[in-house]
Design a protein around this ligand. Structure first.
Ligand code: ADP
Ligand code: ZN
Ligand code: ZN
Length: 731
């Protein structure tokens, strides 16, 4: 008999311990492989963390263990999936993030990655499944079903993987509204155009590269203004590191938004590149994964989870736009790719380069303290000037246009001028939908979400009302549900409304929209970006998606339709987010020899985030905001940790949460501030009640010790579940 200790694939604290199973002596089984095991009358996937041999009989063993020992049903993997280095990393992550071990293993291995023995041997045909419309008759369908039906109708064929709710899809297939079609899938093909540019690096670029390679600190922060040539620094540096026989990992916030980065990496390093992100199909992902395991590549480019790529011999990890929120996972194990990168660099003795025009406060502070090496580049390539920016106060009547309440006089004339010169324009409004507030003019009824009690947003494209908090949808009705009148007022505006306004004011301009509604369908982002790059449109309208690292040389005007969006959100990060967004957006203008302009419309023209972003003055913003953070003792002046307590029974949650707070208060009153328990935004979801506790602290050792003790006490508690989020982004 072999006794196999297995971690069950459930991220619940009470299951955060191994369960024992047995296999026959001759079974080939190794630590690091996945198995199918019976658990509570179901077969579920588990992860082998220990194998021992025993000469005892099953009966003797069961007596010793005190429970029935089941046999492993199936060994899923042929060989261990994680390298010894990744196992080491998993332990470090566990110590830092205090997360259930299985949740870390799951984060490291994309769930869909199921290398069966056949796929290990070589490529076979992969298929993709698309959803097609059969009938668009909406009678007797629920709003959620109609939402999906309209999505498919508006987009033609939709990849099945993009459909968020399999149960709604199944209903629509069962009642003959939709059908699935199967198509042969081409494996990942990147049509990287060969790089033509072969420029000489600038002095700033060369100095940055030398500094990363030779600094005594392993981590370097590169604070470089938009358009200073950071990408070229990354690529040249990667080349140098590869020449020394080491490998390079490059993380980007979102691949579909920055296809240029992937293209550049491909053309520079030819076939020696693997790419990992959530947009890949399972087959593609597996191919890429296998290329890395087989040591066929020197470079891996990917999004957050690519930090776990099984790349060996890493010499350099680059994190582009290191301030990006997308690097923090928003469920267990709640890791941040930047912190994991630093852990991984220590194991490999590798360098880390963090790059951004607007570094995170955490990184900037460490750079200022000398913990990180620091490089600053203030000059744009070719001494290009920053775009000329104009802040337009929308409360001043002289700025307002007779023709439009959304676009000011200066913005309208700037758009006309750019159109006349055949240049391109980006219009940013960080809010999607058509109208963010729908009400009845007669009785004053407001169309609100029944779950959240906030106003619903009208989406014109599929004529539905949607809640941007919880995803509730309903059909837009022409009549007021209260009084039956048809005087419906649409106020408040989102990106869809901007498109209509552009069509109305500039009828001959070609307009494209890019926001998360559009990008719900795979490939749409890529299409929009390619088409704008090829000058098939004059104006690109969208949310924060259009502010990211794009390099559209023909764009000479960026208009921020309402900069105030987001400033009033209840988060200590709201000013920082708005500053980053405006800075990034303005940076899209004037990136070639055409000089650029940016117009910022706002009702708060003197707000420091807006004023300083308009000047692209990160350092002044940092100093100002740091004073506020200091007074309120927010990060980076303190650390945060949040505890989510949940259970099916509200009373138990409240009792447990209060217990935890009392307990922590008695032990940590000198080291930490403990806030809560509070009911979170979604205090009741999926039949589960939740409470949140927040801890602010300066020194983590004692805090983490106490949290570990706390987790111990919940280990055998099947009623109340506890989740820890170390360094939560918001709370
Ligand atoms: P950032 O990421 O810092 O905003 P990019 O890396 O996109 O800036 O570079 C801005 C532009 O400058 C790109 O079009 C890039 O091809 C170009 N560029 C970069 N380095 C050089 C160089 N040494 N000489 C000429 N052009 C360069
Ligand atoms: Zn009414
Ligand atoms: Zn809601």
């Amino acid at each position: 008999m072999k006794i196999v200790d297995v971690l069950i694939e459930r991220k619940i604290q009470s299951l955060n311990r191994p369960f024992s199973y047995v296999v026959k002596d001759d079974a080939l089984i190794e630590v690091g492989e996945r198995v199918l095991v019976p658990f509570n009358n179901k077969n579920i996937v588990g992860y082998v963390i220990n194998v021992t041999k025993s000469d005892k009989s099953i009966a003797e063993l069961e007596k010793e263990f005190g429970y029935k020992l089941f046999e492993v049903r199936k060994i899923i993997d042929e060989k261990p999936l994680l390298t010894p280095e990744l196992i080491l990393l998993a332990n470090e992550i566990k110590n830092y993030y205090l997360a259930p071990y299985i949740s870390i293993l799951q984060a490291m291995l994309p769930l869909s990655l199921k290398p069966t023995s056949s796929s290990l041997k070589g490529p076979k045909i992969a298929y993709e499944y698309f959803v097609k419309i059969v009938s668009d008759n909406e009678d007797n369908l629920t709003p959620k079903q109609i939402e999906l039906l309209r999505l498919v109708k508006n987009n033609g064929e939709v990849n099945k993987k993009d459909i968020k709710s399999p149960s709604i899809l199944k209903k629509l297939i069962d009642n003959n509204h939709l059908q699935i079609i199967k198509k042969e899938k081409k494996r990942l093909v990147i049509n990287a155009t060969k790089e033509q540019k072969n420029f000489v690096l600038t002095n700033e670029q060369n100095q940055a590269i030398e500094s990363v390679l030779h600094s005594k600190q392993n981590v370097t922060l590169l604070q470089g203004i938009t358009g200073c040539g950071k990408t070229e620094i990354y690529l040249s540096l990667a080349e140098k590191v590869i020449e020394t026989g080491k490998n390079v990992l490059i993380l980007v916030p979102e691949i579909s938004l920055t296809p240029i980065m992937v293209n550049n990496v491909y053309s520079r390093f030819n076939e020696k590149v693997a790419i990992l992100h959530s947009g890949l199909t399972n087959a593609e992902r597996y191919d890429e994964y296998r290329k890395i395991l087989n040591k066929e590549v020197n470079v891996v480019v990917g999004t957050r989870s690519a930090i776990f790529a099984p790349l060996d011999n890493i010499g350099l990890i680059i994190i582009d736009e290191e301030h990006s929120e997308s690097y923090k996972q928003d469920n267990l194990p709640y890791y941040h790719a930047r912190e994991v990168a630093i852990m991984r660099s220590k194991i490999n003795n590798a360098k880390v380069l963090l790059g951004s025009a607007t570094p995170s406060f955490e990184s900037k502070t460490k750079a200022m303290k000398g913990i990180y090496n620091f490089i600053k580049i203030d000059k744009r390539i070719n001494k290009l000037k920053l775009p000329e920016t104009l802040i337009v106060d929308m409360s001043k009547s002289m700025n307002l246009s007779r023709d439009s309440y959304l676009f000011s006089k200066p913005l309208i004339s700037a758009i006309n001028e750019a159109l006349a010169r055949k240049e391109q324009i980006i219009l940013l409004l960080n809010r999607r939908g058509y109208s963010t507030y729908v009400s009845c003019r007669k009785c004053g009824h407001i169309f609100k979400c029944p779950n959240c009690d906030i106003a619903l947003t009208y989406h014109k494209n599929d004529k539905m009302l949607k809640c941007h908090h919880c995803g509730h949808v309903e059909l837009m009705s022409e009549y007021c549900p209260e009084c039956g009148s048809n005087y419906i007022a649409y106020t408040g505006f989102g990106s869809e409304k901007i498109v209509s306004e552009v069509n109305r004011l500039f009828p001959s301009a070609r307009v494209l929209r890019l926001d998360s509604d559009v990008s719900e369908v795979r490939g749409n982002i890529k299409k929009a970006i390619a088409s704008f790059s090829n000058y098939e449109a004059d104006i690109l309208v969208g949310t924060q998606m259009i502010a990211k690292g794009h390099d559209f040389p023909r764009v000479t005007l960026v208009g921020i339709v309402l900069a105030d969006v987001g400033l009033s959100l209840p988060s200590f990060r709201s000013s920082e987010r708005v500053f980053q967004l405006i800075t990034q957006a303005i940076g899209r203008s004037g990136r070639s020899d055409l000089s650029g302009k940016a117009i910022i419309q706002t009702y708060l023209p003197n707000h420091y985030s807006i004023l300083l972003a308009s000047k692209q003055n990160y350092d002044a913003f940092f100093n100002y905001e740091m004073r506020i953070r200091h007074i309120q003792q927010y990060p980076p002046f303190s650390f945060l940790l949040s505890i989510e307590v949940s259970a099916k029974n509200e009373e138990y949650v409240i009792l447990a949460a209060n217990d935890i707070v009392n307990n922590l208060n008695s032990k940590l009153q000198d080291e930490a501030t403990i806030l809560g328990p509070v009911a979170p935004y979604f205090a009741y979801q999926n039949n589960t009640y939740k409470r949140l506790i927040l801890i602010k602290y300066k020194n983590s050792d004692k805090i983490k010790q106490e949290i570990n003790k706390l987790l111990e006490t919940f280990k055998f508690n099947n009623v109340v579940n506890v989740k820890i989020n170390v360094d939560p982004y918001d709370f």
